[in-house]
Write a protein that binds this ligand. Structure first.
Ligand code: COA
Length: 572
């Protein structure tokens, strides 16, 4: 048995990193490589693994402490007899306890090291000092190849953000891209000032240490590979940042990437609609623990990164306002593998964004759903009569175009549904146009393309447009503008089945119509029961904006139109 001190490994910078989380307690048994603390600088978030297996005798740090390379983290009682205390410390000797006489660390460019080094660490570190991996000149003296620096034992890691574009001028130390493994996220700084001439990786790519990621044209003949002399932080926030939509998402490497490449094994990300949420593992963990949806939190860190303080402030704010989210108990995590074989798969971006939208709508909107059946016996005979003509025109005439048109006319007659609530809580927006969204069951998830000016289009035009938009949705070709501006939505499960369902309002719209499968039912005509075709409809609405009487009028008007098409359907 021997007592060993586990220390902070080489974190690649002489700056202190904050202890964001302590993952062990006194008395715990730890394994080699088990994460014991999370360190965060403004550039990186790193889980520090234990260099020894054994029992934790004492934890020497707490959350908020500032630690440098070599600082003691905990003492461990190990099983091994022959290990000499402190020899195990996996850091270069010259980077031990930070002190006045401590040697300057290697250049910042080598970036964070996310794991302890093994026995030949010292030698390795010495080699690095004399042979820096970055900024090696190519045939052009001023052209600098930028490789992935030492990222510890992280193996392949994913590029989660490209922070620059080709032709951007960068300062030495500016962040070029951000990498994230399941244990750490780290910003890769530029080794020199200059212009980005090539980006060789794209978001989502997996990269490894030494892989070339970009090429720079150094500024003003500055010697390539020279160690940075200034602290990169000073300039990073002053440089204009490309908004996410302007950042390159496709690069030569991405284009040639194999379709069979393994998907990222990252912790479940919480993303906004545009996917631009960047938070370290510790921040994500805190957000998960507190049940905070990061897409609702305003980031305050550099380049819109989230800090733990942002999450805490958000929670305080919600509690102070007594607003949405407070008091909602979290669904406990379940280890399903205990009950049988499982497979953990990443949700598509569409599914994640649908989940976030549904959650938001469900929590914000007091939903009421009203049901009725429209007698579409006459409309169905008429539609079937027109099927041959539809085929000649090259369109498919389903009930949907008729339902779309009937909804548009009802929105005109009952404008209480053609509104949105102003976020100020004091105004209502009355729309003078009628655009209707149509839910499409696309392979990646639910999409809702919007048909514009439905009231002004005839049934043939609507039939053509529904088919065109559904095809676009299924082929993944919808543009953001195709899905914006809706006043009301229709979700039709008529072709699939079911007698009724309660659709969720697609906020900021205030109403949605659910359409179920038409069925033949007995109808009493005053003398006898005769077969009629009924279409089940369910109208969900935001009860903050629409009152029950208005909703009753809306659905009754709609049912009336569908039951008697002669007044409003003109197919020529
Ligand atoms: N009752 C009975 N039959 C119906 C019907 C209804 N309410 N609605 C459609 N049908 C019939 C159609 O007439 C067609 O049959 P036909 O070829 O004999 O005429 C068949 O069902 C297939 O129709 P479909 O191709 O699906 O066209 P559509 O115009 O009804 O619907 C979409 C188009 C894009 C809306 C639909 O394909 C879709 O994706 N629906 C799913 C929407 C969804 O997922 N909603 C849930 C959101 S939470």
């Amino acid at each position: 048995m021997s007592k060993q001190t586990v220390k902070v490994p080489d974190i690649g910078t002489d700056q202190a990193a904050e202890v964001a989380e302590v993952l062990v307690s006194e008395g715990d048994s730890v394994e080699v490589e088990q994460s014991i603390i999370v360190l965060e600088t403004d550039k990186a978030s790193v889980e520090v693994p234990s260099s020894h297996a054994g029992k934790v005798i004492s934890v020497l740090v707490k959350e908020g402490d500032q630690l440098k390379t070599g600082a003691a983290i905990m003492e461990v009682q190990t099983e091994a007899e022959d290990e000499a205390a402190d020899e195990e410390v996996p850091v270069p000797a010259e980077q031990g306890e930070p002190s006045a006489g401590a040697k300057e660390p290697t250049a910042d460019y080598e970036g964070p090291t996310a794991a302890p080094r093994d026995e030949d660490t010292r030698e390795e570190s010495e080699r690095k000092e004399s042979k820096r991996p970055e900024a090696q000149p190519t045939e052009e003296a001023k052209e600098i190849n930028v490789p992935v620096p030492d990222i510890g034992d992280a193996g392949d890691v994913e590029v989660i953000e490209i922070s620059v574009s080709v032709d951007d001028e960068v300062e030495e130390g500016d962040t070029l891209l951000v990498l994230e493994s399941d244990k750490a996220s780290m910003e890769i700084p530029s080794p020199a000032s200059g212009k980005v001439t090539k980006l060789l990786v794209g978001e989502g790519d997996k990269v490894k240490q030494g892989q070339q990621i970009a090429v720079l044209q150094s500024a003003g003949g500055k010697a390539a590979g020279k160690a940075p002399e200034e602290k990169p932080e000073a300039k990073r926030t002053e440089r204009p940042v490309s908004p996410p939509e302007q950042r390159p998402t496709t690069t030569p490497v991405q284009q040639t990437r194999s379709a069979t490449q393994a998907p990222a094994q990252l912790p479940p990300a919480v993303e906004a609609g545009d996917g631009s949420i960047y938070a370290g593992p510790a921040v994500r963990k805190l957000a998960r623990q507190l049940g905070v949806d990061l897409s609702k939190v305003k980031p305050s860190g550099p380049r819109n990164r989230y800090t733990k303080e942002d999450v805490r402030s958000y929670v305080k704010d919600v509690i102070a306002r007594g607003g949405t989210g407070a008091g909602i108990p979290q669904v406990p995590a379940v280890d399903f593998a205990k009950f049988g074989e499982i497979k953990r798969v990443k949700m598509s971006k569409i599914k994640r964004s649908t989940a976030a939208n549904m959650h938001r709508a469900w929590l914000n909107v007091p939903h009421v759903t009203q049901f009725d059946d429209a007698d579409i016996t006459a409309l169905e005979s008429f539609r079937k009569e027109k099927k041959a003509e539809a085929e000649k025109r090259g369109v498919k005439l389903t009930p949907l175009p008729f339902i779309l048109k009937a909804c548009a006319l009802t929105l005109k007659a009952e404008p209480s549904f053609n509104v949105s609530l102003d976020p100020d809580g004091e105004h209502m927006i009355e729309k003078q146009y009628i655009h209707i969204g149509m839910a499409v069951d696309a392979p990646g998830g639910l999409m809702v393309p919007v048909i514009r000016d439905v009231d002004q289009k005839d049934i043939w035009q609507l039939a053509e447009e529904t088919v065109a938009l559904a095809t676009k949705a299924r082929d993944g070709k919808l543009l953001p503008k195709d899905m914006q501006g809706g006043c009301f939505s229709i979700s039709s499960l008529g072709a699939i089945g079911g007698q009724g369902f309660t659709p969720v309002v697609n906020t900021p719209e205030v109403g949605i119509l659910g359409v179920s499968k038409a069925a033949i039912k007995p109808f009493w005509d005053g003398e006898a029961f005769v077969p009629h075709t009924f279409l089940p409809l369910s109208l969900s609405y935001d009860h903050r904006a629409v009152n029950g009487a208005d909703a009753g009028r809306f659905l009754t008007h709609l049912v009336g139109l569908l039951s008697d098409y002669r007044e409003w359907v003109d197919l020529g």
